[in-house]
Design a protein. Structure first.
Length: 408
């Protein structure tokens, strides 16, 4: 979709996804690492459980489709090389602390003087301005400061941190969206822009219904683990079944009555619906105001029913009966999912340095006009130095000298 565009990716793990999305859309994304490799290459897990800077699965996941060079952008010679690369670029993506790019001589005004229509996308913890803009953070801190952490976990335990960093993913995706909006603006006007992404703001967008619930009802949405919180009770959402878990909400009234009537009929056909369930007026059932005793009486037989079935059977029968239930998939489930297979979601990418192929998600969107897919693996350390620096006139001997001087 944006083949012919070039992005210089100066980010750490807080901005990797932004460049990955642009690369999937067809941009030539050049990942610029410090000499010796980016520190994020030490983030596990690792291929075959062997810690090594060329085996980080985290690096593989978020830097595929990018080419890579090494460059010391703080050295005088490194700055001159970066200037030459900027002349060839449409986008520059960075995740340094606010002010760092200005101190280097590569803030937005300086970049604009090199290429007037350049688009700079800055991804930082709290943005370029405000009382917190110079604060450092981590994912757990950001998730806490946005309110997400308060909602995550079981009600009788402290908040839980999710398994992998989330705030940087929200910020990276927003950075890509902002970059594309600026690119569209540039196509219309010829003007570049500076895109300022705050991880805190990007993550706070995902509070979803917590904000209107407070504004409209004065109610603070609290964490409830596998349950859904309502006014007078908590209702299970994640239910154990024979070989895993399924997701199901008990919702009455116009929204959920059809599902509940059909579920009870299904249970009754297997002799597992009690008289209480069969007597319920689901059309007028108000889940929001139901007390805990009522919710427990409804939930107990439903829970026993799910535990007697496999995920695949529940999913198949639910679809045929038009009941809103979905299985919670493991990674193995996803790799064998017939829908994903039918849409060619998975692709095998060659890793010649490992003498193997690794399965990747192929694409996040299908286009009738242009491919948007994972095409090749993440770069090795300095893999494309000769190729890319050759484009700006540096020969093999130049690269040897620069490497010896610690510039590349």
């Amino acid at each position: 979709m944006i083949s012919g565009c070039r992005a210089l990716d100066l980010t750490d793990e807080n901005g990797f996804l932004c460049g990955k999305i642009l690369a999937d859309l067809g941009a030539d994304v050049i990942k610029i690492e410090r000499p010796g490799g980016d520190p994020s290459r030490r983030i596990g897990p690792f291929w075959a459980d062997v810690p090594h800077p060329e085996r980080s699965l985290y690096w593989f996941a978020y830097n595929s489709n990018k080419r890579g060079v090494t460059l010391n952008i703080e050295a005088a010679d490194g700055k001159e090389i970066l200037k030459e690369l900027v002349k060839t670029a449409d986008f520059v993506i960075e995740s340094f602390p606010p002010g760092f790019m200005d101190k280097l001589g590569f803030g937005y005004p300086a970049l604009s003087s090199i290429r007037k229509d350049i688009i700079l996308t800055s991804i930082t913890s709290f943005g370029q301005t405000g009382p917190y803009h110079n604060y450092q953070t981590s994912d757990i801190v950001t998730m806490g400061m946005t309110g997400i952490l308060y909602q995550t976990g079981d009600s009788d335990r402290p908040p839980e941190h999710m398994s992998i960093p989330q705030a940087c993913m929200h910020a990276g995706a927003d950075g890509a969206v902002g970059t594309m909006m600026a690119y569209y603006h540039r196509e219309m006007t010829g003007e570049g822009q500076h895109i300022d992404v705050s991880m805190q703001q990007s993550t706070a967008w995902f509070l979803a219904n917590a904000v209107p619930l407070w504004e409209l009802n004065g109610v603070v949405l609290k964490r409830s683990g596998s349950f859904r919180w309502s006014l007078n009770s908590t209702q299970r959402q994640v239910w154990p079944c024979r070989d895993g878990y399924v997701f199901f909400n008990i919702v009455g009234g116009r929204t959920g009555a059809k599902t509940l009537y059909e579920l009870v009929n299904w249970m009754d056909g297997k002799g597992m619906a009690d008289d209480y369930l069969k007597s319920m007026d689901w059309d007028n059932f108000d889940m929001w105001n139901a007390d805990q005793q009522m919710v427990d009486r409804i939930s107990e037989p439903i829970g026993k029913f799910f535990q007697a079935l496999d995920k695949s059977e529940i999913a198949r029968e639910a679809a045929e009966r038009q009941i809103s239930i979905c299985p919670l998939s493991t990674m193995e489930d996803l790799l064998n999912d017939p829908q994903l297979k039918a849409r060619n979601f998975w692709v095998e990418i060659e890793h010649p340095e490992l003498n193997t192929k690794i399965t990747y998600p192929r694409e996040f969107v299908k286009s009738s006009e242009n491919a948007c897919e994972t095409r090749f693996r993440a770069p090795l350390i300095g893999e494309h130095n000769q190729e890319i620096y050759g484009e700006i006139g540096l020969g093999k001997q130049d690269l040897v000298t620069l490497k010896q001087a610690g510039i590349i």
